[in-house]
Design a protein around this ligand. Structure first.
Ligand code: UFG
Length: 333
């Protein structure tokens, strides 16, 4: 079962699971997910994907789904994930992500599910003491979103002492990019993420984009992030599940390339990919943004994962999605 399978990352993982021949049932409450994305997965793969409109906090619906589809493993994406919103409304994040997540896990454990892969985040590290960030770096989230995810990781750890489950938490760095078909992609409203905002500015869907801060202690003065292609992220989920099935113990894994790119680099690549100029203004720092976030991804690499795509591929695939340019996005190896 994939909870939140109609969302941005969830839908890409559903497609990858179907392509790998794994039967999938999606559960999504459609607060931020779009059912049509699962329809697009069906069209792209030629397979029907059972779909339940439902909430992970609805124990009865979850139990029914686990029984009906004989679910043995769950990938849990369904969550709220906007950092600024979490700062404005912390209680919403603790209710939606933590309280419902705990109820969900408990129902799954009682219904006999044995493997859980949790969508977690680099936001658990807060302002890192050192980069690249390894998994054993202290976790000191600086916003309720990051706090909600570390709590879920800990809950899984404690549930494992009572139920015969094993789990993996994948701490994503900056998920970006889209399926090269141009049929699946990132669609948040309001949009806060850099790459979609840059491309919307290129397309004239917004007047300009603002670079948040040019006075950081980085080579060009703008923030550095570890952008990870959603297809590489999807592979990481399949690998994590396979590892659990192969007897790998529970644990947390960073998912990042280990390479950082500045905001100005992203803008340059967007201009190269689109052949157009990005209308830019330079503004103040956005509160809460650490200067550099780059993963030490060696733990996941030891499992055999290797990112296949770089920044150019990420931006090119996102461009195919945002510009409606359906077809295989160009790929530079
Ligand atoms: N940025 C701009 N202008 C914008 C938007 C973003 O300059 O209009 C900059 C930000 O200041 C930051 C970088 O682009 O330096 C990336 O910003 P995003 O909002 O795309 O991503 P974040 O690094 O802030 O956050 C992402 C996810 C979070 C997750 C975090 C953990 O959105 O959910 O990574 O690494 F918690």
């Amino acid at each position: 079962m994939v909870s939140g399978g109609a969302g941005y990352i969830g839908s890409h993982v559903v497609k990858r699971l179907v392509e790998a021949g794994r039967p999938v049932v999606v559960m999504d409450n459609e607060t931020t997910g779009h059912r049509e994305t699962v329809g697009a997965v069906e069209e792209l793969t030629g397979w029907r994907v059972p779909y339940i409109t439902g909430d992970v906090g609805d124990g009865e619906a979850v139990r029914r789904t686990v029984e009906e589809y004989r679910v043995g493993a769950v990938m849990h994406f369904a969550a709220k994930s906007v950092v600024a919103e979490s700062v404005r409304n912390p209680e919403v994040y603790f209710t939606e992500n933590v309280a419902k997540g705990i109820a969900f896990f408990r129902t799954l454990c009682e219904a006999g599910v044995r493997r859980i892969v949790l969508s977690s985040t680099a936001a658990v590290y807060g302002n890192p003491e050192r980069v690249p960030i390894p998994e054993d770096h202290p976790v000191r989230p600086i916003n309720p979103y990051g706090a909600s995810k570390i709590m879920l990781e800990q809950v899984l750890g404690w549930l494992e002492t009572t139920f015969p489950i094993r789990w993996v938490a994948l701490r994503y760095f900056n998920a970006a990019g889209a399926d090269p078909s141009g049929r699946l992609g990132e669609r948040h409203d309001p949009e806060t993420h850099l790459i979609p905002i840059v491309l919307q500015a290129v397309l004239g869907q917004r007047e300009r984009m603002t670079v948040f801060g040019t006075d950081y202690g980085t080579p060009d003065g703008t923030c550095i992030r570890d952008y990870i292609h959603v297809l590489d992220l999807a592979d990481a989920h399949l690998l994590a599940l396979a590892a659990l099935e192969g007897g790998h113990p529970s644990g947390v894994f960073n998912v990042g390339t280990g390479r950082g790119h500045s905001v100005l680099e992203v803008i340059r690549v967007a201009e190269e990919v689109s052949g157009r100029t990005v209308p830019v203004e330079y503004g103040a720092r956005r509160p809460g943004d650490p200067p550099v976030l780059v993963a030490d991804g060696s733990r996941l690499r030891e499992l055999g994962w290797k990112p296949r795509y770089g920044l150019w591929d990420i931006v090119a695939s996102a461009w195919a999605w945002h510009s409606g340019d359906v077809g295989d996005a160009p790929r530079r190896v």
